[in-house]
Design a protein around this ligand. Structure first.
Ligand SMILES: Nc1ncnc2c1ncn2[C@@H]1O[C@H](COP(=O)(O)OP(=O)(O)OP(=O)(O)O)[C@@H](O)[C@H]1O
Length: 357
C-alpha cells in the first residue's frame, strides 16, 4: 500500500436534486474535510443515497456544485464522469461479482498488468483484515462480513481519494457488524481516504465518524462532531433522532430552566420563557428515596444486560408542571423493580428549545 496520502475534501454546495418532478435534496451544503469520515444519518427516504449518487456522478443534480479536492466535478457547465472522479463506492449488499473469486473481484478495476500482481491483492486483503487464504474463494463461500470487507478492498484497490459507503453494515448481525465496522474504519484511515458513510443507525454514526450530518426531508438539520450532535442537538427532532431524549415543558431564564425535575442549569444558546426542556436519560440519576426530595415511581423497566431503561412517573414539588414521565438509563447491576419509589437527581446541564421546534 502506498503511504498515507493527503486527498482533498469533499464539498457539496447548494445541491438540489430530484427524480422527475419529486425534489429530494434542497439546497444542501456539506463539507467533509480531507482524510476524515462524515456519517450522513437520516430516516428512510430522507435523501441519503441520493446525495451519495450525486457525489459519485450517478445522478445529475438540478443545481449546485460538488468539489473533490481542487477539482469541481459538478457545477455550472462542468460534469466529470463517475469513473474520472477518483471515488470508490461500497453498496449495502457488497455487489461482488459472483463468477469471480476474491482476488478477481479485488483486482477487477486495476489496469490489466496490475491485475496479475497477486501481491497487491494480498496487501488489500490485509488492509481490510482478511486472511490471504480467502483469495481463491468465490463470494458464496464467504460470510456477509467477509463479503463486505472484500467489497471495501475492491473499492480501495484504485486508491480513490474518496470512498462512499451506502449502509455497508446494515445486513450484518450485531457482532459481525461491529468487527466489520472497525476493520473498515482502520482501512480507511490507513488508506488516508476521505469517506462519507450513509446509515440510519445512530450508534454507528456516532462511533464511526468524525462528523455526523443529520438529514431530514432533504436538508441538513445539523452537522457536527458526534459529542456535539448528541450533547448539543439544535432542536427536539435532532435530539429525538439521535438517541433517547427526555422532553419536558418548562420555563427558561438566562441561566436555568425550571421544570417538574426542579431548577436545572441550561447550556448553549436558548430562548427564554416557555420552552421544551431536553435531557438525556443518563443525566437522570436514580438514588435511594431517602436521599432526595424529588421522588418518582418506577412504571416499567427494560433490561438490556449492560444497562436498563426505566420509565418513571414524577410528581415534582412544583405542581405547575403536574406529573411527567421521564426515562432514566441505569447500569444493569442495579435495576429497581416496577412499582418501587426512588429518588432522582439530575446531573449536567439541560438544553432548552423553542416550543415550535
Ligand atoms: N430512481 C428513483 N426514481 C424516483 N424516485 C426515487 C428514486 N430513487 C429514490 N427515489 C425517492 O427519493 C427519495 C429519497 O430516496 P433515497 O434513496 O435517497 O433515500 P434514503 O434516505 O437513502 O432512504 P433509505 O434509508 O430508505 O435507503 C425517496 O422518497 C425515494 O422513494
Amino acid at each position: 500500500m502506498s503511504p498515507v496520502r493527503s486527498p482533498g475534501a469533499v464539498e457539496v454546495h447548494g445541491i438540489t436534486a430530484s427524480y422527475a418532478d419529486t425534489r429530494v435534496l434542497t439546497d444542501v451544503d456539506l463539507v467533509v474535510p480531507a482524510g476524515t469520515t462524515t456519517a450522513v444519518l437520516g430516516g428512510s427516504g430522507s435523501g441519503k443515497t441520493t446525495l451519495l449518487r450525486v457525489v459519485a456522478g450517478f445522478l445529475r443534480p438540478d443545481s449546485g456544485e460538488v468539489r473533490i479536492g481542487d477539482a469541481t466535478v459538478v457545477g455550472p457547465g462542468t460534469w466529470v464522469a463517475p469513473e474520472k472522479r477518483g471515488i470508490g463506492y461500497v453498496r449495502q449488499d457488497g455487489g461482488l461479482f459472483p463468477h469471480l473469486d476474491v482476488a478477481g473481484n479485488i483486482a477487477f478495476g486495476l489496469p490489466f498488468p496490475r491485475r496479475r500482481h497477486r501481491g497487491r491483492v494480498l496487501e488489500l486483503l490485509d488492509l481490510v483484515g482478511l486472511d490471504a487464504s480467502l483469495a481463491d474463494r468465490t463470494p458464496d463461500q464467504l460470510s456477509g462480513g467477509q463479503q463486505q470487507r472484500v467489497a471495501l478492498a475492491r473499492a480501495l484497490a484504485l486508491e480513490p481519494d474518496v470512498v462512499l459507503l451506502d449502509e455497508p453494515f446494515s445486513a450484518l448481525d450485531t457482532a459481525l457488524r461491529e468487527s466489520t465496522r472497525e476493520a473498515t474504519g482502520r482501512a480507511l484511515r490507513e488508506a488516508g481516504a476521505t469517506a462519507v458513510l450513509v446509515t440510519h443507525d445512530q450508534e454507528e454514526a456516532l462511533s464511526f465518524a468524525d462528523e455526523v450530518a443529520i438529514l431530514r426531508e432533504g436538508r441538513f438539520s445539523q452537522v457536527a462532531p458526534p459529542r456535539e450532535v448528541y450533547g448539543a442537538p439544535v432542536d427536539a427532532h435532532v435530539a429525538g433522532f439521535l438517541g433517547d431524549a427526555v422532553l419536558l415543558p418548562g420555563d427558561a431564564d438566562a441561566a436555568t430552566v425550571h421544570c417538574a425535575l426542579g431548577t436545572i442549569a441550561v447550556e448553549g444558546a436558548h430562548p427564554t420563557g416557555a420552552v421544551q426542556v431536553m435531557l438525556r436519560p443518563e443525566q437522570i440519576i436514580v438514588v435511594p428515596a431517602a436521599d432526595s426530595t424529588l421522588l418518582a415511581k418506577v412504571a416499567s423497566t427494560t433490561y438490556y444486560g449492560h444497562d436498563a431503561m426505566l420509565d418513571l412517573l414524577v410528581t415534582g414539588d412544583d405542581t405547575a408542571y403536574g406529573s411527567v414521565e421521564v426515562r432514566s438509563r441505569v447500569v444493569g447491576t442495579s435495576v429497581p423493580n416496577a412499582g418501587d419509589v426512588v429518588g432522582l437527581r439530575v446531573t449536567g446541564g439541560a438544553r432548552a428549545f423553542a416550543l415550535t421546534s
